[in-house]
Structure formats: C-alpha cells, structure tokens
Design a protein around this ligand. Structure first.
Ligand SMILES: Nc1ccnc(=O)[nH]1
Length: 439
C-alpha cells in the first residue's frame, strides 16, 4: 500500500527504519537516554505479522526490504476505554435540544424506549467499530444502557459483535444503570445473570443518595460474589455538593474488593476546596481506583447554560490524581448522540483535544500513555497499547515526525498496520445510516 509519506515493502519480513517512537509506548529493547520530549528514533523489524526486533535507528540489517520513515512516528494501536457504542450516531434522529446533561438523559431515554431494537443497536455499533478500526483502535470498552428491558437486548447484540470483531477490536462492556435501581432485587439479579452469561462488567451511575454506602456495599458484594470488575459513572456535575468518589474508594477498601474498579468523569472534584480534593485523591490512590477523564464530551456537557459563556472545562483533577500515583487515562465517551454531538472514536482526536483541554503538554514526554499503555493496563489487557518484541505488529504510522506536527493536524493520512499488514482506512459513509434516521 502506498501513501504520500511512505511505501511499505511487499514482504513477510521487512524493516521500518528511522521511525520516531514515543518511548513510553515501547516495552523493551530501546535505550531511551536519547529521548527528546519522550521521543526516540528506532528501526523496527516486522516478520510474520509480529515485531521481531526494536533496534537503535540505523542498525537494521541492510539486506532486508525496508521502508525509510524519515523520522515519521510509529505508535501502537489505541485503546478507547470509555465509550457508548449503543448510543452512537442517533444524533440526526434525536438531537439534544439544549446540549446539556438533563437534555441528553431525557432525549436518549425517549430514543432508547422507542427505537433500540437489536437490529438498530447492532447496525450503529458496527458502524462505530468500523470507524474506530480505521482510525487505529484495537481495544474498546463500551458502557451499555442497562435499564430493563434494554439490558437483555443490548448484551445479546454486544456478545455477537464481540465475536464478529474478535482479532480486530477486542471488546468489553459495562452495564450502565441508575443507582436507584440497585435495590430492585428482581432487576439486579437478572442484570447479574446477563453479565455472567456475557462476560460483562458491573457499572452504574453513583448518586448522592442518603444510603449511598449501603448501595455501594450491595454493588461491591455482588461484584465479589460473581467475580465481576466494576466501571462507574461518577460525579459528572459541577455541583460541589456531589462527591461520591470518596465513598466509592472507601467502599472498595471496606469490602476488601480485589477486582478492578474504574471511575469515569469525576468532574465535581474540580469544584472542591483544595483540602477536600486532596483527601479524596489520597483515598482514590489508597483504594487503587483507576480514573478516566472524558474531556471532549465533558467540555461539551458541563457548565452549559443558554446564553452564558462556559467558565469550566468539565474535566477532573487529572494532574493531581496522576501525581498521587493514580492510573489516569482519557477516552472518547459519546459519539454523535445527545451526550456529545460530535466525535468519531478517533483516539488521535481524543489525544489532541485532551492535550489542549487538560494541559497535558510542556512536557509531553509521557502523554502518549493516556490512549495506549495506561488504558490497556487498566482494562487488564497489557497485550495492547505498547510496541513490544514478539507482539503483533499492530501499529499506526503517521507522517508527523514530532509532537508539534502530530497534534496540529488530524493525521487523516495515517497508515494502520494490523499484524504487519496495512488495512483499508476508508471511513464508512454516514449515508449508510440514513434508513435508521427516518422519523
Ligand atoms: N456522559 C455520559 C453520561 C451518561 N451516559 C452517557 O451516555 N454519557
């Protein structure tokens, strides 16, 4: 396959020479002492669809067929650890009239109750996965709206989709439901059954209810009993009086829960007094919660009031959490639905916007980890998100040679290698979805 910036050899064993790698994404075999802004030069040898060797630049054997990247960047494929594939692309038929969180909730509910048949969900999910795949993503966790009876419909679709996409995009799914529903025993028991059947993850939205601790204990006990990981929507508000994050950390410690616990959003943490935020962050670190921020969606949804300019960015205390030793990552969240009108499951866009919104630059040295290594680790899949010898040659090649070049353009000319072979990166046409958008 030929693109403007490089022609790849047609060979089973070949070299990519003079590549620029983000050192934080390289598992082994590279002296990083030369790194500038975290970037290092290297030659990669690809053989039989795998990475055979990672060598110092200019040292690949000269007799191998080679592509000279002239310092173009090579990244591992991406991990998008918090998405909503079940909601994706309903925007044309169900736009959010106000663009705010309450508008999103009610609009999605109406659309879900009226239109989320298995076929509707499957068609939109598959479309989203084709976008993500073309952009270079290999691992996705989605949340699935799981208020009854949707949990029964969407998990069946998801299980089929996971099988259909196996080897191209690895999929995980967390059940999203309101914490009011956890005491509905018939529902919660049925939900746990669905999650066990389909290998799901226990999710939910924590709310500042009077008996929150009791409800969290129900959640952690159920997760313990059934061997499920947990992934929650947490404090997605600018209301400083809402702070369930600390209660979640305490509940994990109190219940001696050993599984993985991810907390998403955590926006109201930015609204706390410094000492309150600090105490919460210390608890989050002690409990080893992993935090995912959704900068694009939350800048859209948070602090939105008609006719008033937003003052807040809607993110969490990303730098402070990271400094405290908490695993932190970013992800797409919603795409073209009432929670976020835009987006295409492109981790390059997520990275670029996160850098700008959260100031993840100056230095950029370790920033590449937020859509690669760290989210893959959080999802328990350290086989994703890094460039490693003997690993599959699942790589993304950019014409960009530096951070400035990478983050300034959309990288629409990227080359995606899966098992060492360039894939078709043509994006599906929105016109395909027109039959689903009729009112
Ligand atoms: N940001 C979001 C919160 C809840 N549900 C969603 O789909 N998205």
């Amino acid at each position: 396959m030929s693109k403007a910036f490089v022609t790849l050899p047609q060979a089973d064993r070949f070299a990519l020479i003079n590549a620029t790698l983000a050192g934080i994404t390289v598992e082994d075999g590279l002296p990083s002492s030369q790194a500038r802004e975290g970037l290092v030069q290297a030659d990669l040898i690809i053989a039989g669809g795998k990475i055979e060797a990672i060598l110092a630049a200019g040292t690949a054997p000269a007799d191998l067929p080679a592509a000279d990247l002239s310092n173009a960047m090579v990244w591992p494929t991406f991990t998008d650890m918090h998405t909503h594939l079940d909601k994706g692309h309903i925007w044309p038929r169900k736009p959010n009239p106000t663009g705010d969180f309450m508008g999103a909730l009610s609009t999605v509910k109406a659309d879900r109750e009226a239109r989320w048949t298995a076929e509707d969900v499957a068609t939109r999910m598959d479309f989203s996965l084709r976008c993500a795949y073309a952009h270079g993503t290999s691992l996705i966790r989605t949340h699935l709206d799981s208020s009854p009876p949707q949990h029964r419909i969407s998990y069946e679709v998801f299980a089929d989709m996971r099988e259909k996409w196996a080897g191209r995009i690895d999929l995980q799914a967390a059940a999203l439901f309101a914490f009011e529903e956890i005491t509905d025993e018939a529902f919660f028991t049925d939900l746990l059954q669905v999650l066990k059947t389909h290998g799901g993850i226990l999710g939910g939205v924590t709310l500042p209810l009077a008996d929150l601790d009791h409800r969290l204990d129900l959640l952690f006990r159920a997760a313990n009993d059934h061997g499920l990981d947990i992934d929650l929507h947490v404090d997605e508000t600018q209301d400083a009086s809402v702070l369930t994050l600390k209660s979640i950390a305490e509940a994990k410690l109190r219940n001696g829960f050993e599984g993985s616990v991810v907390v998403g959003h955590c926006c109201s943490l930015t609204q706390q007094a410094d000492d309150v935020a600090k105490a919460t962050i210390e608890k989050v670190a002690e409990a080893k919660l992993a935090v995912v921020s959704l900068p694009m969606c939350n800048m859209y949804l948070q602090d939105r009031h008609a006719g008033r300019t937003p003052r807040q960015r809607g993110v969490t205390l990303f730098h402070e959490l990271t400094a405290a030793g908490v695993q932190t990552a970013v992800a797409s969240d919603n795409t073209r639905d009432p929670f976020y009108a835009y987006g295409d499951l492109d981790c390059v866009e997520v990275l670029r916007e996160a850098v700008r919104i959260v100031h993840l630059d100056h230095p950029l040295d370790e920033t590449a980890r937020i859509v690669t290594r760290t989210p893959a680790d959080i999802l328990g899949r350290p086989d994703h998100g890094r460039i490693a010898t003997r690993a599959k040659a699942d790589l993304v090649l950019f014409s960009a040679r530096s951070w400035s070049e990478l983050l300034s353009r959309p990288q629409a000319d990227r080359i995606v290698l899966r098992s060492g072979q360039a894939i078709d990166t043509t994006l599906p046409s929105y016109r395909e979805l027109d039959p689903l958008m009729e009112s």
